[in-house]
Design a protein around this ligand. Structure first.
Ligand code: SF4
Ligand code: SF4
Length: 460
């Protein structure tokens, strides 16, 4: 993490950055302002505004370090609008490391910027709920009760506000510093709400599932927060596939949140606390790999080495832990020739790259190879594969209008590809694209690739 020694305006109360973990000047200076990243940036694609592009945001960070920009609401809005999707990292020919830059910037914003009361309360609510599965179960219990009743309301919510099919580029004032209102955020929550059932709320993963046949690896599975409550079938499929492929699968019952939501939102102290607990839990489990089926969680767990680099008691343990973390599709690839028989599934599948898998982790082929290993599957491409669907952690809750535009854009591409199933490896993307598909009236299933492989191994 950067020292912040380069901050020239740190003693001004409205300074953009103080000296505590400011964005690293050396990383900023690797940007040569070529603009190759601009077409991949979702906010630049929507608005065409330089300050809402990667190059513009890096320029703002530099201006903040130099004392030419202050921590104003406008300054903050440009960084709040960033999805943290890391498409710019993939596109950049100069190897600019945008992730540590935006994480440091967000860390400063969360620590020093005085957000409006409603904004503060909404964010506090999210961070008091989502990282804690037991609280989520309680909060989502009413949804299980009214699940069938809620469907028509969700359809109605899709009609309220802007209808789908609006032009992609809508006007936006460059210096608009007002965060989205409470109504828009609550509407987004309602619209994104998943079809919760009592079964999903009570589902649990067995602490140990033995390998089928001779053991190849002992693997820990992160069951996640949203994943274990909202999509327990993805965890069940992960365990089934790994066991069928010869792994002893350990799912420690005492595991908590990995800290991904906190890390990506700039709540770095919270993220470090979650990271230490996760490392301890899987060290105790004695596993050779830790498999993750949620892209955002995997990317943050692979970053623990950097997150805890300044902590002498944890730096080496964090590096060692991160080196053992894999997306579940990477584990399947690493295991080599399949052991379990794949049965035919006649499906047209469009694979959507979750940003935190493709851009942040550089994992693109293993999930596609996993799907290609299933007889009968036809992979069809989606247009604009590098552009985020608008989910981005808590982004679709705190920036609902932008997220909705990006969701509609993705749904339009899905409609053109006409798949039976969209496969994606992140629970946030699943919820986001399902909501966008409902708005557009698309009859398409959204599934994790490991669920599709599990269905194939089970025979249909
Ligand atoms: S992380 Fe995504 S939204 Fe943010 S600047 Fe990079 S491409 Fe744009
Ligand atoms: S592509 Fe890389 S070097 Fe070029 S403007 Fe974007 S971040 Fe800077």
């Amino acid at each position: 993490m950067p020292s912040g020694a380069d901050v020239r305006s740190g003693d001004r109360p409205d300074a953009a950055f103080d000296a505590q973990h400011a964005p690293d000047r050396a990383l900023i200076d690797t940007c040569v302002h070529c603009g190759f990243c601009l077409p991949s940036c979702p906010t630049y694609a929507l608005w065409g505004e330089e300050m809402d592009s990667p190059r513009g945001r890096i320029y703002l960070m530099s201006a903040g370090l130099d004392g030419r920009a202050a921590m104003t609401p406008t300054f903050v809005r440009h960084f709040d609008a960033c999805l943290g999707c890391m498409a710019c990292v993939t596109a950049c020919p100069s190897g600019v490391q945008y992730a540590p830059l935006i994480e440091a910037t967000r860390g400063q914003i969360e620590r020093r910027h005085d957000r409006a009361l409603a904004d503060r309360v909404f964010r506090a609510f999210i961070f008091a709920l989502f990282p804690y599965p037991s609280r989520m179960r309680i909060a989502l219990a009413p949804l299980a009760l009214i699940h069938s009743v809620a469907r028509p309301f969700r359809a109605a919510a899709a009609v309220v506000g802007r209808p789908s099919g609006l032009p992609y580029r809508r006007p936006r004032a460059l210096f608009d510093s007002t965060p989205p209102g409470v109504f828009a955020r609550l509407r987004a929550m309602f619209e994104l709400a998943p079809p919760i059932t009592w079964r999903s709320l009570s589902a649990r993963v067995a602490p140990l599932t033995p390998a089928v046949g001779a053991r190849r690896l002992t693997i820990g599975v992160l069951t996640g927060c949203v994943q274990r409550v909202v999509f327990p079938q993805v965890n069940a499929a992960t365990v089934n596939v790994l066991a069928a492929e010869g792994c002893d699968v350990v799912a420690p019952a005492d595991q908590g949140c990995c800290g991904a939501l906190a890390l990506h939102a700039g709540r770095l102290d919270d993220a470090r606390t979650f990271a230490r607990r996760t490392i301890e839990t899987f060290e105790r489990a004695g596993v050779e790999r830790v498999a993750v089926n949620a892209a955002g969680c995997g990317s943050s767990m692979k970053e623990y080495g950097q997150l805890l680099a300044d902590d002498p008691a944890w730096a080496a343990r964090a590096r060692d832990f991160s080196a053992r973390v894999r997306d579940v599709s990477e584990v399947v690839a690493e295991l080599g020739p399949p052991r379990a028989t794949r049965h035919s599934l006649a499906l047209r599948i469009a694979y959507h790259d979750a940003c935190h898998l493709a851009h942040a982790q550089g994992v693109r082929e293993p999930p596609r190879d996993l799907l290609r290993s299933i007889p009968g599957v036809e992979l069809v491409p989606l247009a604009e594969p590098e552009i985020c669907c608008g989910s981005a952690g808590i982004y679709n809750l705190v920036e609902p209008d932008t997220a909705r535009d990006l969701g509609d854009r993705k749904a339009a591409h899905i409609a053109m590809a006409q798949p039976d199933v969209v496969a994606t490896a992140n629970p946030g993307c699943t919820l986001q694209m399902a909501a966008a598909a409902r708005r557009r009236g698309l009859a398409v299933a959204i599934r994790h690739p490991i669920e599709i492989l599990d269905a194939s191994i089970r025979g249909g």
